[in-house]
Design a protein around this ligand. Structure first.
Ligand SMILES: [Zn+2]
Ligand SMILES: [Zn+2]
Length: 369
């Protein structure tokens, strides 16, 4: 099939300005590069902040955003026969892919942790002319990018959560398991029920925890938490102060606090309060914090409790694969597809971003039909 000459894209031409619908020339593909037709591109909270230049990184504009993308293979080079797990691929198959890591730097070669790659080439953050963002009709998947084929029975709506929130939580739980993990009968508290929190809840629920307690200030999100396996939900706004809330949650954990707290809210105040939820020898897993700001804490709360504090960031193709397997295995049990609250046409991406900022239930997604 002939390659398209141009691709429509909603382009962030300048920070803090609405995205513009532009025709971007499809760049000349290098050997091994794929071209995919975007099937579903979900809008990340990160995009909302990126568009307003509120992140610690400031990539040069114009940018095509979108790093949570399911794409249909449109051009498949002869050199590519299988995905990273060895599953054969053909034109028309749906795939998802990670950022491109160089495989050469200290993080890749010595640490074997490509998410810390010093020269990664991302999707959703790169110059618009390179056509590597999901807010577009077509997207280039560069040679060497790790990708996986999405099984036919898994819908794009179910799969897309694995592209960002899901793989992030799988990586975080791998790190948690390296520090002892979740034991049968444990109490797990997940603070913040966005997409990351939901995946933490469902994976904790499947891990043998006796209690999976979700906290948020949105009743809608707390309803989602129940459907994704939370045994108890707590609206943080229902308490007169922190001490009352902490006591209530500790009591839900049997009075001794939480064996594991997973921070997914992104709030600095929640981050600090969570130290009071921990039981002795509790583990504190931090996945939701992106702010550059600080907050005072009492380090002795960590020391005196013998607590373990674990940070985790993003995920590589291992975590995409495991997350997709998890979704496939449990899709009859949990409504993974409901993570997409509302779908928008590509040209309505500004509305999607606005609705995300205004607090749409979970995620907006752009469709390309
Ligand atoms: Zn994301
Ligand atoms: Zn590297």
């Amino acid at each position: 099939m002939d390659l398209p000459k141009t691709s429509k894209a909603m382009v962030l031409t300048e920070f803090k300005k609405p995205l513009e619908l532009l025709d971007i020339p499809v760049p000349e593909l290098g050997p091994g590069d794929m071209l995919v037709k975007v099937d579903l591109a979900s809008v990340c909270g990160t995009d909302v902040h990126l568009a307003r230049d509120e992140l610690s990184m400031h990539p040069p504009t114009p940018i095509i955003m979108g790093h949570e993308t399911v794409g249909e293979i449109f051009h498949l080079p002869d050199s590519v026969k299988v995905d990273v797990t060895g599953v054969p691929v053909k034109v028309g198959d749906r795939i998802m892919w990670s950022h491109l890591f160089d495989g050469e730097c200290y993080s890749c070669k010595v640490l074997h942790e490509p998410v810390m790659c010093e020269r990664s080439r991302g999707y959703g953050f790169s110059p618009a002319k390179e056509l590597r963002g999901g807010y577009a009709e077509y997207e280039v998947v560069l040679s060497g990018t790790d990708f996986i084929r999405i099984p036919d029975e898994v819908t794009s709506e179910e799969a897309v959560g694995a592209c960002c929130a899901g793989r992030t939580v799988v990586n975080a739980f791998d790190r948690l398991y390296a520090c002892g993990g979740i034991h049968q009968g444990d109490s797990v508290v997940v603070t913040g029920v966005g997409p990351v929190g939901l995946f933490a809840i469902v994976m904790a629920a499947q891990s043998g925890a006796a209690k999976v307690i979700a906290t948020d200030i949105s009743p809608t999100r707390l309803e989602f938490a129940k459907k994704w396996g939370a045994t108890d939900v707590v609206n943080s706004a229902d308490f007169k102060d922190s001490a009352e809330r902490v006591k209530y949650i500790r009591d839900l954990c049997g009075g001794r606090g939480a064996d594991i707290v997973v921070e997914c809210s992104g709030s600095l105040a929640v981050f600090a309060e969570n130290l009071d939820l921990l039981a002795y020898y509790g583990k504190y897993l931090i996945v939701g914090q992106t702010s550059e700001n600080d907050i005072p804490i009492v380090p002795n709360k960590i020391q005196r409790k013998g607590a373990v504090v674990i940070g985790s960031h993003s995920g590589d193709i291992r975590h995409y694969i495991k997350c997709l397997k998890f979704v496939r295995a449990n899709r009859g049990k949990y409504p993974f597809g409901e993570i997409i609250s509302k779908k928008y046409k590509l040209e309505d991406a500004n509305q999607a971003l606005e609705d995300m900022r205004a607090g749409i239930a979970l995620k907006a997604a752009l469709v390309n039909k």
